[in-house]
Write a protein of this length. Structure first.
Ligand SMILES: C=CC1=C(C)c2cc3[nH]c(cc4nc(cc5[nH]c(cc1n2)c(C)c5CCC(=O)O)C(CCC(=O)O)=C4C)c(C)c3C=C
Ligand SMILES: [Fe+2]
Ligand SMILES: [Fe+2]
Length: 367
């Protein structure tokens, strides 16, 4: 018999009518040390959406080999990027949630959607976020994954976690999920602004590399759209920046295990660029809206060393969107597009109010 979490008795006309917004990111360890990494990797790599190997066989490899060696190696990498505020992935995600919340409060001052950020693996957990929203009276929840490109290993996994969290409640809220926004004009234009802002201080590179997290190649052949969505993001961004084909590359990083992953791989690509005389490379990671281990350590340190050790001269990692205001405006709009019918019309923003006033003045309205 299922045992549900406690709730007050149902009463007619109880006006709980709040929308909750769960901003979900991948997750991160609680500390850059071996025990914390072991806990985090056990949860992450134990998810059948992440490693698609028959369970018993994978359990033996994971617990017999990987969790005995990888946690210590990964802890060293995390230590290199850890800040006084903690894991970059977590504090950037928290800042994004705060920015989203402030924008929604300004647009819906009477009953703003309640925003919580959660992690698919680690803390704050998705179950904890759902409980907080539920206890605050949210009867409708929007899941907004911080993955612009859909992948079964990320987006679908966070949906799975949401539905298992809801299975603990008798009176489960209504839910909606954001599927992807890889080609959203606001997302592309925020990336464009990020790159052009970087060029304004550091100059333009010979080649801009757009590096996305990889996935095993077989997932593409089994119907996962992730690879194609990454290529589309890259193409749209290159068009927005006015880049010629020889001025950019799209590649995939963060390989794991022995199977073939989607190609080209970032590190060998950057090495080949250096060997063939490219002197100045900049790398952007459009699939990571928040800086994390994979951007700061792998791209910012490891791939940089590869480029410089093979004859490259100038290498820059362009920081992720993080709490860039243009990005947070776009993220808010993506949320609102997916909340259609759940909220009243938003109040106009200060810019919209000013534009309305100017239009009225142009049309001869008294000042
Ligand atoms: C951006 C989307 C991501 C996809 C797709 C993805 C797939 C994927 N990842 C692994 C294995 C690992 N990934 C690790 C870190 C990591 N992965 C993502 C994002 C995606 N992963 C992020 C944002 C991070 C960084 C988290 C942080 O704390 O900063 C790690 C852990 C680090 C390490 O030990 O190397 C592993 C392992 C697989 C197997 C996979 C898809 C099949
Ligand atoms: Fe990953
Ligand atoms: Fe990595």
């Amino acid at each position: 018999m299922p045992s549900y979490l406690p709730e007050p008795p149902f009463t007619h006309g109880r006006s709980i009518a709040r929308v909750g917004l769960l901003l979900v990111n991948l997750g991160t360890p609680d500390a850059p040390d071996t025990p914390a990494l072991r806990r985090y990797l056990a949860e992450f790599l134990g998810d059948p959406r992440v490693v698609e190997i028959p369970r018993f066989f994978w359990w033996l490899i994971l617990h017999g080999v990987i969790l005995r060696t990888r946690p210590a190696q990964s802890a060293k990498k995390y230590a290199a990027i850890w800040q006084s505020e903690g894991s970059p992935l977590r504090f950037h995600t928290a800042a994004q949630a705060a920015g989203l919340s402030a924008r929604l409060e300004a647009a819906f001052p009477d009953n703003p959607p309640l925003v919580r950020y959660v992690m698919r693996y680690g803390q704050p957990s998705l179950g904890q976020g759902v409980t907080e929203l539920k206890n605050a009276g949210c009867d409708r929840i929007l899941l907004l994954p911080l993955y612009p490109q859909y992948a079964a290993s990320t987006t679908a996994s966070s949906q799975d976690a949401l539905f298992s969290a809801l299975a603990r409640w008798r009176h489960a809220p209504a839910v909606r999920t954001v599927h992807h926004y890889h080609d959203d004009p606001g997302y592309i234009s925020a990336l464009k602004g990020r790159v052009e802002g970087f060029w304004a201080t550091q100059g333009r590179p010979d080649v801009l590399v757009m590096s996305f997290h990889g996935v095993p190649q077989f997932t593409l052949h089994k119907g996962d759209p992730y690879y194609c969505e990454c290529l589309k993001t890259g193409r749209l961004l290159a068009q927005a920046l006015g880049l010629e084909p020889h001025q950019y590359r799209i590649s995939f990083q963060s390989l794991f295990g022995r199977t073939e992953w989607v190609k080209p791989y970032t590190a060998p690509l950057v090495e080949q660029l250096a060997r063939t005389g490219v002197r100045h490379v900049q790398v952007l990671c459009p699939g990571f809206p928040a800086d994390c281990l994979e951007t700061l350590e792998e791209i910012g340190m490891e791939v940089k060393a590869t480029f410089l050790n093979h004859g490259g001269e100038v290498y820059h990692y362009i920081p992720a969107l993080n709490d860039d205001p243009t990005w947070l405006d776009s993220l808010t709009r993506i949320a609102l597009d997916n909340l259609g019918g759940w909220l009243p019309a938003p109040l106009p923003t200060a810019e919209e109010q000013a534009a309305q006033k100017n239009r009225a003045l142009e049309q001869g309205a008294p000042q």
